[in-house]
Design a protein around this ligand. Structure first.
Ligand SMILES: Cc1cc2nc3c(=O)[nH]c(=O)nc-3n(C[C@H](O)[C@H](O)[C@H](O)COP(=O)(O)OP(=O)(O)OC[C@H]3O[C@@H](n4cnc5c(N)ncnc54)[C@H](O)[C@@H]3O)c2cc1C
Length: 425
């Protein structure tokens, strides 16, 4: 890389950071992309890793492979720990990195809303390690249940609580119920599956906030047909690893709480000293720049920008479109042209609820059922990074669909959801 060229440093190889780096391919700059992982993660399919449908490598793709042919690109495997805006410098686990332009795209992390017991005992679904931990944990619960003679303890092992009625919670609950009732039922012929419970808890009075009301209602019907118990206005207040307590005082004996209830900014943004809004997202101007720092852009989940009085959703299309614009604006600034404002082009919303079922809103049209499911399938395959992954995922999905299987029913670690040795292993 020619170091006399301006250096654009990008933090995060997620949807936003990746798109920005690609868009800078033919711009006369040096692009340095930093991430704590050496792969790009396709988060929308994390729930399928968690429910044994896909392997981790089918939804994660090495960053270096993606940029193999980009001459002006360098990758750094590093955790970014601090930002010195005056010196235009980042502190990282591999030393300091200077920038002329900075694109911050570190995404978000799970938020437990200050509920310490839930943070300690629940499993969130935000990264690859979480998804693998959930898969191991779910399969382990059935192994333990198979040999548990105490009926109450057995019931707790076979009760699965998913918290959060957004797309992640809905997709996870649907896939979990299908894993249990279509696949695991064949693996445990001696286990009674009639009282296995999958509960989806949502604190608001509806699921899928952000989707039209008719689709949200349809999602409830479909989930219930798939034996998921949907509880609205149900907020979890405490979970000690054996029992979940709701805000109304009621209790659920369970060993499993999967947390898909909210996200917040990571510690890098919190420590940056830059102006933050709701969930710790950094406030940006319409051109995606930080107020007072035209050389710093923030994009994706980490950025707070309103559209029609509402914050832009924390979704992949927002991050991708913002990544593209941040890179284009840097190019404009290099040419002495004014940067452009961000205009979000909403491609619609999709959520799948298992086999043959999904809800979709595309260009104002609402549809559900098999057609929506086909749209969901094609969109996710189209967006999956890397041809190899697309093909593997397609083969896996076809196998699961035809034979009611889940390819990845293996327990790979004797650890609890937090990565500590499992007390039951
Ligand atoms: C389970 C799940 C399902 C989802 N489903 C959908 C869906 O169906 N449709 C949809 O549109 N959106 C979905 N989303 C949301 C979507 O994934 C995010 O909005 C999107 O990933 C945000 O992109 P981003 O570039 O801002 O951040 P991310 O894609 O999260 O990438 C951030 C990157 O930054 C890296 N990073 C973070 N901090 C540091 C640091 N300090 N140092 C170094 N590297 C760092 C991370 O390792 C990561 O690679 C889902 C999210 C989850 C968790």
């Amino acid at each position: 890389m020619n170091e006399t060229k301006p250096v654009v440093v990008i933090v995060g190889a997620g949807f936003g950071g990746l798109e920005a780096a690609k868009r800078l391919k033919h711009v006369p700059v040096g692009v340095k992309l930093l991430d704590r992982n050496n792969y790009h993660l396709f988060q929308p399919l994390l729930y399928q890793v968690a429910t044994a449908g896909l392997t981790p490598t089918e939804i994660a793709y090495p960053v270096r492979a993606i940029f193999r042919k980009q001459q002006n690109f360098t990758f750094y495997l590093a955790e970014v720990t601090g930002l010195d805006t005056a010196a235009r410098r980042l502190q990282t686990t591999i030393g300091r990195v200077d920038y002329d332009y900075l694109i911050l795209a570190p995404g978000s992390e799970s938020s437990f809303f200050g509920l310490d017991s839930i943070e300690a005992h629940a499993i969130s679904l935000k990264n690859l390690d979480d998804a693998i931990a959930i898969r191991n944990h779910l399969l382990r619960m059935f192994e333990l249940a198979a040999h548990e003679s105490d009926p109450e303890a057995r019931q707790a092992l076979r009760t699965f609580v998913v918290v959060g009625g957004g797309p992640t919670g809905v997709e996870c609950a649907g896939a979990l119920s299908e894993l249990i009732r279509l696949v695991l039922v064949k693996d445990y012929p001696d286990l009674d599956f009639s009282d296995v419970r999958v509960l989806l808890l949502e604190m608001k009075d509806r699921l899928l906030n952000g989707f039209p009301a008719d689709l949200a209602a349809s999602a409830v019907d479909t989930l219930e047909q798939k034996h998921v118990e949907v509880h609205l206005k149900a907020a979890v207040a405490d979970f000690d690893g054996r029992q979940a307590t709701l805000q109304d005082g009621s209790t659920i004996l369970t060993r499993t709480v999967i947390w898909a209830a909210g996200v917040q900014a990571g510690s890098l943004l919190v420590k940056s000293g830059l102006k933050a809004a709701r969930q710790g997202r950094l406030v940006v101007e319409p051109r995606l720049q930080v107020p007072g720092h035209p050389e710093i852009f923030v994009i994706g989940d980490a950025a707070y920008l309103e559209d029609g009085g509402q914050p832009l959703p924390q979704m992949a299309p927002v991050a991708i479109q913002q990544g593209r614009l941040a890179a284009a604006n840097i190019e404009k600034m290099l040419h002495g042209e004014p940067p452009e404002s961000f205009i979000y082009r909403d491609p619609g919303s999709l959520a799948t609820i298992g086999r043959n079922a999904a809800v979709a809103r595309v260009k104002g049209v609402h549809f559900k059922g098999f057609l929506a499911w086909l749209v969901w399938l094609s969109v996710h395959l189209f967006w999956l990074i890397g041809f190899r992954n697309r093909l593997l995922v397609m083969i896996n999905w076809a196998g699961d669909y035809l034979f009611y299987e889940r390819a990845v029913r293996v327990i790979t670690m004797n650890t609890d959801p937090r990565g500590r040795p499992s007390p039951d292993s």
